[in-house]
Write a protein that binds this ligand. Structure first.
Ligand code: PPS
Length: 286
């Protein structure tokens, strides 16, 4: 069905387009994380671009000029991609960086810094559905097949960036360290203002009430959907099939209920329980 190729870097599948062993090795072993970097970490489809918009707006005290004039991957480059790493090397500090890589592949230099990490998680069933739809429109991703087939690949970690379970377990090991903050997509949906306040507190940013209102306004689903620099509409047609769907798809929680059968849901729950055993965290979807 599709001629898209993936590479496997240290057991992790990644699209061949815009990823290379050389770049990944440079990111992991040579790239210097700086003390004032703010790093947005997520498993794909967990709210990366939403958090990126929030962080971009916070950095500008709510002024949307920057987020409306500079593409999201230039504002906060994904350091594991070829283009993203080069961009990160050029951006002046304090930098915003994005990454989907599991903890074990993240730049080794990070552990010697005070750089701040924000880890955003989302109900993995919604991640599955969002990734399934995205795989049909982003041409760098393999055609996902049926939802049943894709569900099996997702649960066994045979998808880009590897297993959701391993990603969460790896990054959540940092819980409790002063430069690590985690939040869920569901909390952002429920109380965006409260979350923005908490993020500001973590970053040591003092914004006025009006400035926070502005962050909340411009990070809303509707405003981001209209923002050409954040809604992926500027991705060329050979990378994204704009006729088949949109990056800003639904922006809700619980969409999995519209897609998974009772049997698929029960199967997901069983695999989830087996994989998350021993993790002492409770998430909104548990
Ligand atoms: S990616 O491709 O991995 O970087 O995608 P990511 O940004 O992590 O996740 C995309 C999903 O986030 C939704 N989204 C939002 N939801 C609510 N509010 C805002 N402002 C917002 N911005 C992005 C986007 O619609 C994708 O979810 P689905 O479920 O597909 O709609």
């Amino acid at each position: 069905m599709s001629s898209v190729e993936y590479i496997t870097y240290k057991g992790i599948l990644l699209p061949q387009m815009d990823y290379s062993f050389e770049n990944l090795n440079q990111m992991e072993n040579e790239f210097q994380i700086l003390d004032d970097d703010v790093i947005n970490i997520t498993y794909p489809k967990s709210g990366t671009n939403w958090m990126s918009e929030i962080l971009g707006l916070i950095s500008q005290k709510g002024d949307p000029t920057w987020t409306h004039s500079t593409l999201v991957w230039d504002r906060s480059p994904w350091i594991e991609t070829n283009g993203g790493l080069q961009r990160a090397l050029k951006n002046p500090p304090p930098r915003l960086l994005n990454s989907h890589v599991p903890f074990q592949l993240f730049p080794k230099s990070f552990l010697q810094t005070k750089a701040k990490v924000i880890y955003t998680l989302r109900d993995p069933k919604d991640v599955l559905i969002s990734l399934y739809h995205f795989s049909m429109i982003l041409k760098t991703l393999k055609y996902p097949g049926s939802l049943q087939e894709f569900l099996e690949e997702f649960l066994s970690g045979n998808v880009i960036y590897g297993s959701w379970f391993d990603h969460v377990k790896g990054w959540m090991e940092l819980k409790g360290s002063p430069n690590f903050f985690y939040i869920t997509y569901e909390e952002l949906l429920q109380d965006l203002r409260g979350c923005v306040e908490k993020i500001c507190q973590f970053l040591g940013k003092e914004l006025s009430s009006q400035q926070i209102d502005s962050v909340v306004e411009y990070a809303s689903f509707q405003k981001m959907k209209e923002n050409k620099k954040s809604n992926f509409s500027e991705l060329p047609d050979h990378v994204m099939d704009h006729k088949k769907g949109r990056f800003m798809r639904k922006g809700i929680s619980g969409d999995w209920k519209n897609h998974l059968t009772v049997a698929q849901n029960e199967h997901f729950d069983r695999v989830y329980r087996e994989n998350m055993r021993g993790m002492n965290n409770t998430f909104p979807w548990d």
